[in-house]
Design a protein around this ligand. Structure first.
Ligand code: FAD
Length: 400
């Protein structure tokens, strides 16, 4: 029989770490673990932190909410469940991490910026020197450093390999000239991981290097860009003869594309269902308050989204059990399904909000946030590689 496309890609056979008792979400050990994290979250989440998370409208929460919460998690040793234990991870297996994600979202705990913990940290672990690891990883874990991502440039988004920000070697420094754009939270960050052009020879991909730099470097200017929702979330960052030490490079010179591709798999991977379920719960709460749910057709719309989230959860759990889509398509597939579901929930929230005629300061959270959240979240199908590009990637694997 002809092998399926998934088998041709080597299938998905990672499986969960077997620690005997913790083999499924419903085992006795898993239930005990769920109770433990639920108790912790109930105790540590202050009303301010919960409110900050429930009222969040942007791609990332404001660091005034996210960083203090990270410090609380760090004190408990739970800031980075996905990290290896040697660097400060929890040692939880994949089932435990999924339970953590579900309880975290259910409790409306503030989400942490992924730029440090989930994006640059894994590549520092993989490509960093021992000095880079020793200096940077503890500060990412504790929340002492706040990172931003310098990839996109005017004219280089989907076609990222065409990036032009020039880095010319001068002694022990690179001298940087050019600009980055759409740089989320660059105005809060003290560090950036950045793709720069170190050579114009050969294919565009072969002349790129990956550098880690400090945002207070002379010659770096951060200029705000206001979103459709009227918020200052991202920026254009200009480099005018900014000198960055060569020792800040990650990986070999001109091999930054390899590092960047490694990082993108972390940016796109992930668990979407827990966060979607928590957002839908807020919309449902608002829908009950407005009478929106009294209409059959509205109940049906809400149910349809709940079912879509259940289906996504089933895929995510299948992956934990070593089934599910092949590694080569999984991040793209989950990104498209997850972001499209989140945008449909935004539309539901807008519809519910249209039925609210009371004062806004008394409205349920999902009504207060409906419009800015809808506007800001249009971006989720654009950033981390647009959904059109993800569909292209999936098609290439499936048709191959
Ligand atoms: C809210 C937000 C935050 C962001 N944060 C950051 C950040 O912190 N750091 C960073 O570096 N970047 C960031 N980005 C930039 C993001 O990565 C880019 O916007 C994205 O890669 C798309 O690039 P572009 O905007 O240049 O659009 P373009 O690449 O010009 O694409 C325009 C349209 O054409 C489509 N398209 C392009 N090429 C193809 C193709 N080959 N096949 C089919 N369709 C195609 C795209 O899907 C899109 O719809 C952010 C973007 C947003 C919206």
């Amino acid at each position: 029989m002809r092998p399926t496309w998934q088998e041709r890609q080597g299938g998905q056979r990672r499986g969960i770490a077997h620690d005997g008792a913790m083999e499924s979400l419903n085992s006795a050990a898993a239930r005990t673990f769920r109770d433990e994290v639920r108790t912790f979250l109930d105790e540590k989440l202050t009303p301010e932190l919960r409110r900050g998370a429930r009222r969040g409208t942007s791609v990332f929460l404001h660091p005034d909410i996210a960083v203090p919460w990270q410090k609380i998690l760090h004190a408990q040793g739970w800031a980075a469940p996905d990290w290896p234990v040697e660097h400060g991870g929890t040692g939880w297996n994949e089932i435990q991490r999924y339970i953590w994600a579900e309880e975290y979202a259910r409790a409306h705990a503030p989400s942490l910026s992924p730029m440090g913990l989930k994006m640059v940290a894994p590549v520092i672990m993989h490509y960093g020197t021992s000095e880079q690891k020793a200096e940077l990883l503890p500060r990412i874990l504790s929340g002492d450093d706040y990172w931003c991502q310098g990839y996109s440039e005017p004219g280089s988004g989907s076609d990222l390999a065409s990036l032009k920000l020039r880095a010319v070697r001068d002694g022990d420094d690179y001298v940087l000239n050019g600009s980055k754009i759409w740089t989320t939270h660059a105005h809060f960050a003290n560090r950036m991981f950045c793709l720069v052009r170190t050579s114009t020879e050969g294919r565009p991909q072969t002349g790129i290097s990956f550098v880690l730099l400090e945002m207070n470097t002379p010659g770096i200017t951060v200029a705000p860009i206001t979103t459709l929702a009227g918020e200052h979330e991202f920026n254009q960052v200009f480099f005018d003869d900014a000198r960055v030490p060569v020792s800040g490079r990650l990986g070999a010179e001109n091999d930054g594309w390899t590092v960047a591709k490694h990082l993108l798999t972390f940016e796109r991977g992930g668990r979407y269902a827990p966060g979607l379920a928590s957002h839908l719960a807020l919309v449902r709460e608002a829908a009950e308050a407005t009478g929106w749910l009294d209409h059959d057709s509205n109940r049906e719309r809400l149910a349809r989204e709940a079912i879509a989230i259940d289906a996504l959860r089933a895929i995510e759990l299948a992956v934990l059990e070593g089934r599910g889509p092949a590694d080569s398509v999984r991040p793209s597939m989950l990104k498209v399904l997850g972001t499209e579901a989140s945008q449909r929930i935004d539309l539901l929230a807008l519809d519910v909000a249209a039925g609210w005629d009371g004062p806004l300061d008394e409205a349920p959270d999902a009504i207060v946030t409906a419009m800015p959240k809808y506007l800001n979240n249009r971006a989720s199908s654009i950033y981390a590689g647009s959904n059109e590009i993800q569909r292209d990637l999936i098609a290439r694997v499936v048709v191959d």
